[in-house]
Design a protein around this ligand. Structure first.
Ligand code: G4P
Length: 541
């Protein structure tokens, strides 16, 4: 028990959420660098851009030179075992990106100092906020010209609805920064201009803000501006309240530059201190304590066809309680079967390795004999509980698909049914159009995967036509007549596979327009009677 508790308390499992190009790869790399998991910056980046890597991962991954998998990077730092969950962005933004957040105990929101809160960050933030996990903010690229930090705080509050507590504060005037002021230690840290292209840790100089040597070093104007900012923050800003941080109501905000290492180490250390270890998780039998000696885990991602020759699937699971040992037999609650977790793998900084043991907060990938589904629970035989179901994430991209060869309709229908059961895409029908389906997904990568798998596994070539919609809303209400809806001339009326009506709409503005014109009609992001991935999957099975 004591051993388990020690392991659990040292775990910090988190995801970095950001908009593409904010610097997630660079920051991840620097964290690995400080953690000693890599020795030279550039390794992660090289992997990101590596084309045609020799690997047994999905063929599509090789073709596109991107990682389709959200895995985890693990390293040790000052007694902590750090698990960074990789949340795919760019073109590979998908349901998996959201689902990965279900496995995180906290999130680091990375913001570009010049750009502020961007679209993808907003979407990911919403999922974290719904889960109520602590969110830490790292404002990146401070080495460049950037926006006023007060303005950024205000934007975070207005756009995301969370208060921010700056842990440190940029030193400089008009977006021309020289270092940061650490509020807790009341000291200024100026960072050397990077001499090694950010490949090594940099030294910082410390001293109190009122220290005359800093006045001399910073210059009168910069020093005065800093003293004024700090006085304002102390007077008008929020109190630092760890309980609010834990509930996701207050975000500790850090400023730095991942590229030049500026502020990265102080961030890492403070973050690890404040971020929570694995917490109890809700199941249908109440909260499951991670410190319990009953093993439990849930599946948050399934990667199909990692090895096309064997049609392998790997299920990624997050351990929630007890200790995992290699070769262990567990009870799969959804199929009511006992399964042996074969070849458990952990995804370390640079490569995969077989895991001998793992603890709550850790992520392992196991071979899936084709029985696991997203959100499924595994627990020690003799126990039966189910972790809370995953929410359905509303699709954001849409396309019409049909079989190229109409003679292949049967295989096409079969493939569509089976692949949608896995939860990769959502499928709809346009009334009267029997030849084609309308598919929806969070990111368009899923469409490519669907196209690829229909060809590989069902021998069907498809025609795909992307549709210019960004939102799907299920229509509900008494006496609803979808055809009589007003203000949706640019939309598309559909039915899901259970015959529930929905409409595809271009954007939020058009949605508001339609909502205003149709009092009594509810425009829902998911149908009110299907709340989760698991339910949807079971309904369709
Ligand atoms: P991502 O994973 O979030 O998409 O971002 P990534 O780390 O790939 O960074 C995107 C771009 O921003 C890269 O430039 C990277 O070097 C730069 N960047 C990251 N952190 C900082 C920072 O702290 N300061 C500055 N000035 N730039 C930063 P790139 O030109 O696209 O690539 P590269 O040629 O530098 O590799």
């Amino acid at each position: 028990m004591e051993e388990i508790s020690k392991e659990i308390n040292s775990r910090r499992t988190f995801a970095i959420i950001s908009h593409p190009d904010a610097g997630k790869t660079t920051l991840t790399e620097k964290l690995l660098l400080y953690g000693g998991a890599i020795h030279l910056a550039g390794s992660v980046k090289a992997r990101k851009t590596q084309k045609h890597a020799v690997s047994d991962w999905m063929e599509i991954e090789k073709q596109r030179g991107i990682s389709v998998t959200s895995s985890v990077l693990q390293f040790d730092y000052q007694g902590y075992r750090v698990n960074i969950l990789d949340t795919p962005g760019h073109q590979d933004f998908s349901e998996d990106t959201y689902r990965t957040l279900m496995a995180a105990d906290s999130a680091v929101m990375l913001i570009d100092v010049a750009k502020g809160v961007e679209e993808q960050t907003k979407k990911l933030f919403r999922v974290c906020k719904q889960r109520g996990i602590p969110i830490f903010t790292f404002v990146n690229k401070l080495d460049r010209f950037g926006r006023n930090p007060f303005e950024l705080m205000e934007e975070i509050e207005k756009v995301l609805g969370i208060r921010a507590y700056p842990m440190n504060w940029p030193v400089g005037i008009d977006g021309n920064y020289k270092g940061v002021y650490n509020r807790k230690l009341a000291q200024v840290e100026l960072f050397d201009k990077d001499s090694s292209h950010g490949q090594k840790a940099v030294a910082s100089t410390a001293g109190r803000v009122e220290d005359p040597s800093f006045r001399a070093l910073l210059g009168e104007d910069v020093h005065q501006a800093l003293c004024d900012d700090i006085a304002l923050l102390d007077m008008a800003g929020d109190e630092f309240d760890p309980d609010k941080v834990a509930r996701g109501e207050l975000t500790p905000m850090f400023f730095g530059s991942a590229m030049t290492n500026f502020g990265v180490q102080p961030f890492l250390e403070e973050f690890l201190r404040l971020a929570p270890p694995p917490k109890p998780r809700l199941s249908d039998q109440g909260l499951i304590d991670p410190h319990s000696d009953v093993f439990s885990a849930f599946v948050f991602k399934i990667q199909a066809n990692m090895n096309p020759a064997h049609r392998d699937r790997i299920a990624f699971m997050r351990i929630c309680s007890g200790k995992f040992a290699r070769g262990m037999a567990v009870y799969h609650v959804q199929s009511k079967k006992q399964v042996k977790l074969g070849q458990p793998q952990q995804f370390l900084a640079q490569e995969r390795a077989i895991v001998e043991e793992a603890y709550p907060g850790d992520i392992i990938g196991v071979f899936d004999p084709g029985i696991f589904g997203i959100g499924d629970t595994l627990c020690q035989p003799g126990h039966q509980f189910c972790f809370q179901d995953f929410p359905v994430f509303p699709p954001e991209q849409f396309a019409r698909v049909q079989a190229k060869d109409t003679m292949k309709r049967k295989q096409f229908d079969k493939g569509m049914t089976q692949l949608t059961q896995e939860g990769a895409v959502q499928v709809f029908r346009q009334p009267g159009m029997l030849e084609s389906y309308i598919i929806g997904a969070v990111g368009s990568l899923q469409f490519d995967v669907l196209q690829y798998r229909l060809k590989q596994e069902y021998g069907v070539d498809i025609l795909m036509h992307h549709l210019p919609f960004g939102l799907a809303r299920w229509l509900e209400g008494d006496n609803l007549n979808p055809k009589a809806l007003k203000g949706i001339d640019n939309g598309m009326l559909l039915e899901d596979l259970k015959g529930r009506p929905l409409v595809l709409i271009t954007n939020e503005w058009q949605l508001n327009w339609a909502v205003e014109r149709n009092p009594g009609v509810e425009f829902r992001v998911a149908p009110s009677d299907a709340r989760s991935v698991n339910l949807a999957r079971r309904e369709q099975a």
